[in-house]
Structures are given as C-alpha cells and as structure tokens.
Design a protein around this ligand. Structure first.
Ligand code: HEM
Ligand code: HEM
Length: 220
C-alpha cells in the first residue's frame, strides 16, 4: 500500500496523533519467513556430506511444506499477506524503480512492487529446487538432475543475497527497520492501515505441521 501522500484531512489527523507501531505482518507470515530462512540455511550447510543427508532432505521438505502453506495464506491471509495486495503489474514495478533512480523510493506499508517480484522469484526457484531435490532423492533422473538441483541451489543463494541487500538498503533509505518489522510484525503506519489480528492459531498450525514433518523424517 502506498503511503506517500495521504489526503490533507487525513494527514492532519495523522499529525495530531502520536505514531505508534502497529501490526502489519501477521504471525503466520513471520513464522513462515524465519522457518524458510532457517530451512534454507540448514539445507545449504548439510548439502555436501552423506552423513547429513537426512537433515538435508528434512530441511528441504520443510521448505516445500512452507511454500505450499504460504501459497494458501497468500489467498486467505490478512491484508498485507495477500498476493492481491502486493503483486502488481510491470508498470508499477517500473514506476517504483524510477523512484529509486530519483533517490526518493516510494514508501509502501506492505511489500513494494520490486520486492514482490523478488518474493515470487524466491518462491518459484525454491519450489523448483525442492522438486529437483525430491526427484534426485527418488533417483528419477541421472547426473544431470543432480546438476540442475545444485545449480538451482546456487541461483536461490544469489537471490537471497540480493534480497538481504535490498532489505538493508531500503531500510536505510526509509529510516525504517524492516528486519525488526519482520520479527515484531509492527511498523509505524497511518491510523486504519494496521491489521486487526496476528492470527496465532494459523501460526501454531504451521509450526505443528513442521514439527510433524520432522517427527516423520526422524522417528517414523
Ligand atoms: C538474515 C536473513 C534474512 C533477512 C534479514 C530477511 C529479511 C526480510 C524482510 C525484512 C522481509 C520483508 C521485506 C519487506 O518489508 O517487504 C523479508 C521478506 C521475505 N523474505 Fe527474507 N530475509 C532473510 C532471509 C531470507 C531467506 C533465506 C529467504 C528464502 C530462502 C527469504 C525469503 C523471503 C520471502 C519469501 C519474503 C516474503 C515474506 C512473505 O510475504 O511471506 N528471506 N525478508
Ligand atoms: C525436498 C528437498 C530436497 C531434497 C529431497 C534434496 C536431496 C538431495 C540429494 C539426494 C542430494 C545428493 C544427490 C544429488 O546431488 O542429487 C542433494 C544435493 C544437494 N542439494 Fe539438495 N535436496 C533438497 C533441497 C535442497 C535445498 C533447499 C538446497 C539449498 C539450500 C539444496 C542444495 C543441495 C546442493 C548444493 C547439493 C549438492 C551437494 C554436492 O554434492 O556438492 N537441496 N540434495
């Protein structure tokens, strides 16, 4: 949501109110994000040795489960979690990038249009990566499949490095700590732009499903 120029009446209203941090990211989005980041790191660190293979595939299947849950949450979740809120067309992405070139990047409460594109790329590559990992594990292909799997892992690592750099740069330019917002769920926003519930039950379901997957992988 663009917040650069609220209507004058609303701006006056805003200026007369103390700006308190308010909830923007619900708990399922935050639980998804940090579980995905940990799973990626875990899968990356355990990829080289046979000894760690069970850990490697457990982290990998966790990523696949998380992506499936995030796709469902993108259709049914709270305001800023929904794809319809942050996935925009090429014109919006171009306008956003132009605002960067002018060193005055537009401010959005949720994901900005370029960030949204990066998120779709991360989700897409991560889905292909886990599918190729599963196919390698099930020996459905030859050496070429392992090579595709490894190449996709490198592409995702490059996207993640870009993602983290973009998050830090945007935080600096807007003087807004986006990493803290992804941890606490809160940002300073105009009245009425916050979400009403953190939806803890759905976050618990997500974490419960992840725990179930790890139990199945190690003990079933
Ligand atoms: C230390 C590492 C990381 C930090 C500090 C970080 C930080 C963030 C922040 C601040 C956002 C919100 C951006 C915004 O305000 O628009 C975000 C979103 C996102 N990040 Fe990361 N990230 C990290 C690692 C990763 C990794 C490893 C992945 C994937 C493998 C990832 C995937 C995503 C995705 C998919 C979103 C969108 C969240 C959603 O709407 O569900 N991030 N990240
Ligand atoms: C369902 C998820 C996954 C499964 C079942 C899986 C399975 C495997 C298997 C069986 C191998 C060894 C054989 C081969 O090279 O094909 C492997 C290698 C590898 N995996 Fe995965 N993987 C998964 C997800 C991931 C993820 C998310 C990453 C990235 C973080 C990753 C990175 C790698 C890398 C870099 C190698 C090559 C290691 C080397 O030989 O140097 N995998 N994976």
């Amino acid at each position: 949501m663009k917040t650069q120029s609220p209507a004058p009446a609303r701006r006056q209203n805003l200026e007369s109110q103390p700006h308190q941090p308010a909830l923007v990211w619900d708990l399922p989005v935050r639980a998804f994000h940090w579980s995905l980041a940990l799973s990626f790191l875990g899968a990356w660190l355990t990829s080289e040795s046979e000894r760690w293979q069970l850990w490697h595939i457990s982290f990998g299947y966790s990523m696949a489960l998380l992506i499936a849950l995030r796709l469902a949450w993108g259709l049914t979740g709270t305001r800023y979690a929904r794809f319809s809120e942050f996935v925009r067309g090429p014109a919006a992405v171009a306008a956003y990038l132009r605002s960067w070139l002018q060193l005055r990047p537009r401010h959005y409460v949720g994901h900005n249009p370029a960030g949204a594109l990066a998120i779709l790329a991360i989700l897409g590559v991560a889905a292909a990566l886990t599918a190729s990992g599963h196919a390698s594990y099930a020996e459905l292909g030859g050496d070429w499949l392992s090579e595709v799997h490894e190449a996709l892992a490198n592409v995702l690592m490059a996207l993640v490095v870009l993602h983290i750099a973009a998050v830090l740069l945007t935080s600096l330019l807007h003087r807004e700590n986006l990493v803290r917002a992804m941890l606490t769920g809160k940002k300073i926003v105009a009245a009425g732009e916050e979400i009403r519930s953190a939806r803890p039950l759905f976050a618990l379901i997500l974490l419960g499903l992840l725990a179930g997957l790890w139990w199945l992988m190690f003990f079933a």
